[in-house]
Design a binder for this molecule. Structure first.
Ligand SMILES: C=C(C[SeH])C(=O)N1CCC[C@H]1C(=O)O
Ligand SMILES: [Zn+2]
Length: 597
């Protein structure tokens, strides 16, 4: 039985959740219209919807704060009240709110529309990040050309946005204070519902640093062999323009420069795709079929009709991949500028993971249609991709012949995985350690750029190809910094995904401890209804329960834990330690000399 006041509370939240769902629906429609057609008119229209809804969200939060719902006897009422009283930017007055949304959307528009001039044809200034500049960073082996594209992009996508970013810092700080947070960083941290979160992050990073140092040392050694000592220092920071990615967040695009066993070549999956007439549509169909093989939700017809899966040639779009929930009639979509290659095959699964989450929790009240830990949402697709990219599965779908690797090929494949999964960690960690420091005014505005590069060097041992000063401003060269997207969700996801993978592989009978035929790096859960049932149950909770409760039901654990990740990569870690000592590879790095000391 429950008291009249609880019945009254439930009615209140039922009504408010329906209104909130409608607000989400119109917000995401307006945002999708802008993201798939970047014009100032669409940008203004989107902000107008945000502003109108912010007033409603603020009123709801204030109504709840003046009630006793957070003390209700009903745990579900308490949790809904807690979530809905968290005001972010909507705490700002209307003028400040509009100014903040203008700053953020202006940075996003700049990022989406920045083009750079070709290194080989300076009069052609039409090159976009995806696919043109990324193709050069992956395939050019000319340090001068790579440095050209690094600098063009950072000058045009970064430095030009300094004023907008300063306005963003000022107004998010004001919003955080209005909500009694010490800073906007503390507003972000509260979404992990764990007072110990930042300490756990630091502990996880420290646990993984020795492994990263082995990878960093080996890569620097091999890069120096290839490019020579004038380009790559023996013991200093790695110049990041050589690493195959604009931000140095994953290095697998240039793995052919440092394959552990070059005599065991990688299968060229892209060539197989091209040879088999793969289309973008096919990549998404394979992903859809994977989830269906687990007994999970199929993509609804509206997904295929309303998504934007390739870059259109008649308008500007925000190419950065994203998945969308329109909070109505299972209307879920992906927007990305897909190309047919292995990188996008991975991104397709990453985004379909978000889509599956949306579909699994759509029955929850609007307030609980999200992940209980931001890292969970970013981990789902990656977990499936760990199975999809295994030699076993690539053979199943006919992209390779060999479904079981010999020891040397296994080291090569584990190294390729580590060049995105382990290399990513210092990058992900720094993205928000830096923004926390800026939001908390621990780095002051005149040092914002040098502070950024000092942290990238301290945590990851990478540096710009050219000297940078505080006259430059490089952070907005990264999408998430422009778009006000918190980033530690990806760091957490890179650890959680191995915990999820181990649990699912066990359920699928694909993994057993100490069974050399059933290791984590060659597990493929394809077709396992057992695994699918567990994953569906995990996702269907949405954020209705604390993430530790939901995690415990799924994997038996209650913490973010690096053990599964280290178990997955152990053969490589042991190999690297031996190889680096055999070669006499120096480990670690000093301070970067690319910023004024
Ligand atoms: C693919 C997405 C959209 Se949620 C993304 O932003 N990711 C996925 C991996 C890390 C991060 C990035 O690109 O920086
Ligand atoms: Zn994502």
């Amino acid at each position: 039985s429950c008291s009249a006041s609880t019945l009254d509370a439930r009615l209140f939240f039922e009504r408010e959740n329906e209104l909130l769902r409608q607000r989400y629906h119109e917000e995401y429609l307006a945002s999708y219209t802008y993201n798939t057609n970047v014009t100032d008119e669409n940008r203004q229209a989107m902000i107008a919807v945000y502003a109108r809804n912010a007033v409603q969200n603020k009123q709801l939060a204030e109504k709840i704060k003046s009630s006793d719902y957070t003390q209700s006897e009903d745990a579900d009422v308490r949790r809904q009240a807690l979530h809905l009283s968290k005001m972010g930017a909507s705490a700002l007055d209307p003028d400040d709110y509009l100014a903040l949304q203008n700053a953020i959307s202006s940075m996003q528009s700049n990022y989406a529309t920045t083009n750079v001039c070709s290194y080989t044809n300076r009069s052609d200034c039409s090159l976009s990040l995806e696919p043109h500049i990324q193709e050069r960073l992956s395939n050019s082996r000319d340090p001068a050309e790579l440095a050209w594209y690094w600098r063009e992009w950072h000058d045009k996508a970064g430095t030009t946005q300094k004023e907008n970013f300063a306005e963003y810092v000022r107004l998010t700080r004001k919003a955080a204070r209005l909500n009694d947070h010490r800073s906007y960083a503390d507003y972000w941290v509260q979404f992990y519902e764990d007072a110990d979160f930042e300490r756990q992050l630091d502990a996880s990073f420290k646990q993984l640093l020795p492994f990263y140092r082995q990878i960093h040392g080996y890569v620097r050694y091999r890069l120096r062999q290839h490019y020579g000592e004038d380009v790559v220092p023996a013991e200093g920071n790695i110049p990041m323009h050589l690493l195959g990615n604009m931000w140095g967040q994953s290095w697998n695009e240039v793995i052919d420069l440092f394959t552990p066993y070059p005599e065991k070549p990688f299968v060229d999956i892209k060539a197989s795709m091209v040879q088999q007439n793969y289309t973008v549509q096919k990549l998404f169909e394979l992903g859809d079929q994977y989830f269906q093989s687990l007994g999970m939700r199929a993509l609804p017809p509206s997904f295929w009709n309303l998504s934007l899966l390739t870059r259109p040639d008649d308008r500007q779009v925000v190419c950065h991949a994203s998945a969308w929930d329109f909070y109505q009639d299972s209307d879920v979509r992906i927007k990305m500028c897909t190309e047919v290659d292995m990188h996008y095959f991975f991104v397709v699964h990453h985004e379909l993971g978000h889509i599956q989450y949306y579909l699994q929790y759509e029955q929850q009240p609007a307030v609980f249609r999200g992940a209980p830990n931001p890292g969970f949402h970013e981990a789902v697709g990656d977990v499936i991709a760990l199975s999809v990219m295994s030699a076993k599965h690539l053979k199943t779908i006919g992209l390779t012949e060999n479904g079981r690797l010999d020891e040397k090929s296994r080291i090569n494949e584990l190294f390729k995985q580590a060049l995105s999964k382990i290399v990513f960690l210092p990058f992900g960690y720094t993205m928000d350690k830096y923004r926390y420091a800026v939001f908390r005014n621990e780095i002051e505005e005149p040092q914002w750029n040098c502070g950024f590069w000092q942290m990238r060097s301290e945590y990851g041992g990478v540096e710009p190809p050219v000297p940078r000063t505080d006259k430059d401003f490089d952070p907005p060269a990264k999408y998430h910094i422009d778009a006000d997207v918190e980033y530690l969700r990806y760091f957490a996801a890179h650890i959680f995904q191995f915990q999820f993978h181990k649990a699912l592989c066990s359920l699928a009978g694909q993994y057993a401890p100490n069974d050399s035929r059933r290791t984590l790096d060659n597990c493929d859960i394809f077709g396992s209804k057992e695994a699918g049932r567990a994953l569906s149950k995990f996702l269907s909770h949405g954020s209705s329960l604390h993430w530790k409760v939901v995690l415990q039901e799924f994997t038996g654990e209650t913490e973010m834990d690096t053990s599964a990740l280290l178990e997955y990569f152990d053969p490589l870690y042991q190999w690297l330690k031996q190889e680096n000592s055999r070669l006499g590879v120096p480990l670690g790095w000093g301070e970067t000399n690319k910023i004024p000391s």
